[in-house]
Design a protein around this ligand. Structure first.
Ligand code: SAH
Length: 394
């Protein structure tokens, strides 16, 4: 490959080049040999220590991930490349997404657009910018103009992750409208409706990555159901289609209030309990309460490798309690969205919990994030969600 002569060059160590040869797209700061005079957020040509080019990348002057590869080839017109990648991301969704007007349109590295997340909520788009390079004005303009051209949204909002902007040393910004006026709408997934409030809630407003798992859970759920960590009722409302009674548990009152609004919207009755899930499951299992279906969808317990042991203990405790509370033939839908907990580790913990609960469940399905959150084979960090559906013997 000829060098991208007009771009500033960043030299990386042998460990860095090995990583790239293995197909990963990140190079850590500790593997940067020289990046003299390279501006924050610059498009750079990446070379090994002897100057052999490896492709083109986006540079961050402050993140531990200094290099995010954008192409194995020289790039001269970054805005055009970004537009092309957005088109490809939308084409991919056209093939794999159905039965919803809310889904992820761009998932950062997994769509070869590192640092950019775009979610669609019916006629509102929500954009998140996570790196110096994506925050550059011409890039922002290219993103917004391409989204407008292809999707014609009523409005576009920006959700700001202040912690990430801080880490990237980007100027502080608040979430809000980029264009248009509409900030709330109603979305429909798998025939279930949800209120969407663009300026509230977690992530970009909902947990779109669980969408296909909601439908799978509803396929097996029956009887009395308990949705633990229910947020706005994503699982609870899907379970209500097949279960005789559904209870949703969350520690956040605003989340449950939205859950109730969603229940009303779908003409469903759901019981909501504001409680710490650990306390509630301990009390309920000690007092011998039983359910036919239980969903566990806790927040990411392992935010880093350091907290892995504590996280695994948390998962074990929840799964042990839930398995004890299931009637014969009962269904457990158990999830983990911690990237640092691998699928085998998670299955290991659930299996230990089953042993301690003296149960021998079978796995009906071992699932992951919805297909609009693609997993790049060579970038393990793009795979984070585990959702295992188990059934006890009757
Ligand atoms: N199942 C939801 C997403 C859950 S996100 C969906 O599909 O939309 C995790 C939820 O756990 C959040 O709503 C948060 O308020 C709640 N939460 C966090 N810690 C909790 C705790 N200790 N007890 C109960 N809820 C908790």
């Amino acid at each position: 490959m000829p060098p991208s002569s007009n771009l500033p060059a960043v030299k990386i160590s042998r460990r860095g080049t090995t990583r790239l040869k293995e197909g990963h797209v990140w190079v850590y700061r500790s593997d940067i040999v020289s990046a003299n005079g390279v501006n924050p957020g610059a498009l750079v040509s990446v070379t090994d220590e002897r100057g052999k080019p490896f492709g083109t990348a986006l540079y961050s002057s402050s993140s531990q991930i200094a290099i995010r590869m954008i192409s194995p080839h020289p790039v001269t017109d970054l805005p055009s490349l970004i537009r092309e990648r957005i088109q490809q991301a939308i084409q991919y969704r056209d093939r794999v997404v159905n039965d919803t007007d809310a889904h992820r349109i761009v998932f950062s590295e997994a769509d070869f657009l590192p640092g950019l997340i775009v979610d669609r909520y019916n006629d509102i788009l929500s954009v998140q910018i996570l790196t110096q390079a994506m925050d550059e004005k011409p890039i922002r303009q290219a993103v917004i103009s391409e989204l407008n051209e292809l999707l014609k949204p009523a409005s576009i909002m920006e959700r700001v992750d202040s912690r990430v902007r801080d880490l990237e040393q980007l100027p502080a910004l608040s979430s809000g409208l980029i264009q248009g006026e509409k900030t709330s709408t109603i979305i429909t997934m798998n025939g279930v409706q949800f209120h969407y409030e663009g300026l509230e809630g977690q992530k970009t407003g909902a947990f779109l990555d669980q969408r296909e798992n909601y439908a799978a859970a509803a396929q097996y759920a029956r009887g009395e159901a308990l949705d633990v960590f229910s947020y706005h009722g994503g699982f609870a409302l899907h379970l209500a289609k097949t279960c005789s009674k559904v209870t949703g548990v969350d520690s956040s009152r605003p989340a449950l209030e939205m859950g109730e609004r969603n229940a009303t919207l779908n003409r469903q009755e759901i019981e909501w309990i504001e409680a710490n899930a650990f306390d509630l499951l301990r009390d309920y299992s000690n007092s011998g309460r039983l359910y036919d279906t239980i969903v566990l969808d806790p927040p990411a317990f392992a935010k880093s490798k350091r907290t892995l042991d504590t996280a695994l203990r948390g998962y074990k405790e929840l799964n042990l309690r839930a398995l004890k509370m299931l009637r014969p033939g009962g269904i457990l839908v158990t999830c983990s969205c911690s990237y640092h907990v691998s699928q085998p580790e998670f299955l290991g913990v659930v299996s230990e919990a089953a042993r301690d609960a003296h149960k021998n469940p079978r796995i009906i399905e071992s699932r992951t994030q919805a297909k609009d959150h693609p997993i790049l084979l060579s970038v393990p960090e793009t795979s984070y969600l585990k959702c295992v559906i188990l059934q006890l013997s009757s």
